[in-house]
Design a protein around this ligand. Structure first.
Ligand code: SF4
Length: 73
């Protein structure tokens, strides 16, 4: 069951690759040199990895909300 939602402002992504390095389970670089999450609905178990991806983003374009819509990052 998905408990958290990832929002990625792809337009602002500078393609540094940090998210893919910090959380390869859910983040990958694409042909246009920007990243994308493999999925945007994630569970408790997947939260840590994706929080690391968001925390490591130098331009803060990765955000995660809980099921109530509260923004965690
Ligand atoms: S860490 Fe941020 S800027 Fe870097 S590739 Fe990922 S989303 Fe883009």
């Amino acid at each position: 069951m998905a408990n958290y939602k990832i929002e990625h402002d792809r337009e602002g992504c500078i393609g540094c690759g940090a998210c893919a390095a910090n959380c390869p389970a859910n983040w990958a670089m694409k042909n246009d040199s920007k990243s994308s999450p493999k999925k945007t609905a994630i569970t408790d178990k997947e939260l840590d990895c994706n929080m690391k991806a968001a925390q490591g983003c130098p331009v803060n374009v990765i955000h995660i909300k809980d099921e109530k819509g509260k923004q965690l990052i």
